[in-house]
Design a binder for this molecule. Structure first.
Ligand code: NAD
Ligand code: IPM
Ligand code: MN
Length: 369
């Protein structure tokens, strides 16, 4: 018998536990249908940890994450802790976890399927064909640069990058682009920022090792506009930490809801998976959060950490099928069959099982080759 695969689960705050439960239940069905053994161990993070232990990333949580094959996180953040000093905010637990695991490449895929085109608030003619991947640098930039300080009259943060930090994330973007439409758009603010000038020159240098990939550079302000005027022209978007944070929430408008977007954070000792959205305190506890971003993050875990491409594709196909039928939580405008978080998760799991028992899994294996 192979050893069970141990996954650390950090539900966190707000809608975090609601969407995490659906994603974990999906992984359980994957395990059942494909004879894998996954073990899930829950731990505290964020506001939930502050309430019990007094710190946003307890040592026990970090140790458990470091000893797991992968970490699955719901969301952190709660209005109750918004006025705390930085080290006592839920968000600093997540930032400390990312730093401790050493994950530096945050992948945020965004797709608009033809069947779901009407869910977008933008015109179908604009979003049709959108299939892009944001590769966000996650370990540096303004989030971690020194010096940083805050007094009553002055707040300081520093955007700093070394060539090594840029090179390693750029290589991830180029490698992924090779398996896609072979185009990288590197997003920076090189007309103003020194850190961006370094970024651009390193990306140019790295690009020479990937001659089959076309590279262009774009300023972040212009990219923000292009993302909602000609999104289908992008393939891989490579960018620094804060720009990637902002552009990915903007990109959520394309498929129609922030609740749809998944992410994978790679490159460190243990991979971390989380939906792109936050704890959504405005809808928490009502059973209406969209679990799709979390479920698609579970699919990324199957793909990137466990190498289970067939299972990942079937789970993504199950999500697509259920949404295409018109099922959706209230954030998906125009969903013809309104459902809550658990019902949407149930429907996706049922669809996954049907696909696993049909010829679809064989087709997935064939098309993955
Ligand atoms: P948010 O992402 O939580 O919510 C923004 C909007 O999107 C809200 O209207 C919310 O209802 C909606 N939304 C988000 N997720 C949804 C889902 N699954 N289904 C349906 N609607 C959804 O951003 P915010 O309100 O700016 O931040 C709330 C808290 O979350 C803050 O404390 C923030 O720091 C934190 N946050 C955490 C993460 C994370 O844990 N990775 C990410 C972003 C924000
Ligand atoms: C995200 C979030 C986090 C970030 C916060 C909660 C620290 O917005 O994952 O997008 O800024 O990276
Ligand atoms: Mn964000």
């Amino acid at each position: 018998m192979p050893e069970p695969i141990c996954i650390a689960v950090l539900p966190g705050d707000g809608v975090g536990p609601e969407v995490t439960a659906e994603a974990v239940a999906c992984l359980e069905v994957v395990a059942l249908e494909f004879f894998h053994e996954f073990e899930f161990h829950e731990h505290l993070i964020g506001g939930a940890a502050l309430d019990v232990v007094g710190v946003p990333l307890p040592e026990a949580t970090l140790k458990a994450c470091q000893e797991s094959r992968a970490v699955f996180l719901g969301a952190v953040g709660s209005p109750k802790h918004d006025h705390q000093p930085a080290h006592l905010r839920p968000e600093s637990g997540l930032l400390a976890l990312r730093a401790a695991l050493g994950v530096f490449a945050n992948l945020r895929p965004v797709r608009v399927d033809d069947a779901l085109i009407d869910a977008s608030p933008l015109k179908a003619s604009i979003v049709r064909g959108t299939d892009l991947l944001i590769v966000r640098e996650l370990a540096g930039g303004l989030y971690f640069g020194e010096p940083r300080s805050l007094t009553k009259t002055r707040g300081v943060n520093t955007m700093a990058y070394t060539d090594g930090e840029v090179e390693r994330v750029a290589r991830v973007a180029f490698k992924l682009a090779k398996g896609r439409r072979r185009k990288v758009t590197s997003v920076d603010k090189a007309n103003v920022l020194e850190s961006s000038r370094l970024w651009r020159s390193v990306v140019d240098r790295v690009a020479k090792d990937y001659p089959e990939v076309k590279l262009d550079h774009q300023y972040v302000d212009s990219c923000a506009m292009a993302l909602v005027t000609r999104p289908a022209t992008f393939d891989v978007l490579l960018t620094e930490n804060l720009f990637g944070d902002i552009l990915s929430d903007e990109a959520a408008v394309l498929p129609g809801s922030l609740g749809l977007l998944p992410s994978a954070s790679l490159g460190g000792t243990v991979d971390l998976y989380e939906p792109v959205h936050g704890s959504a305190p405005d809808i928490a506890g009502r059973g209406i959060a969209n679990p799709v971003g979390a479920i698609l993050s579970a699919a990324l875990l199957l793909r990137y950490t466990l190498g289970l491409e067939t299972e990942a594709r079937l789970l993504e196909e199950a999500v697509r099928g259920v949404l295409a039928e018109g099922c959706g939580t209230p954030d998906l405008q125009g969903a013809r069959i309104p459902v809550g978080t658990t019902e949407l998760g149930n429907r996706i799991r049922r669809r996954f099982t049907e696909l696993a028992w049909s010829g679809a899994s064989l087709e997935c294996v064939a098309s993955a080759k």
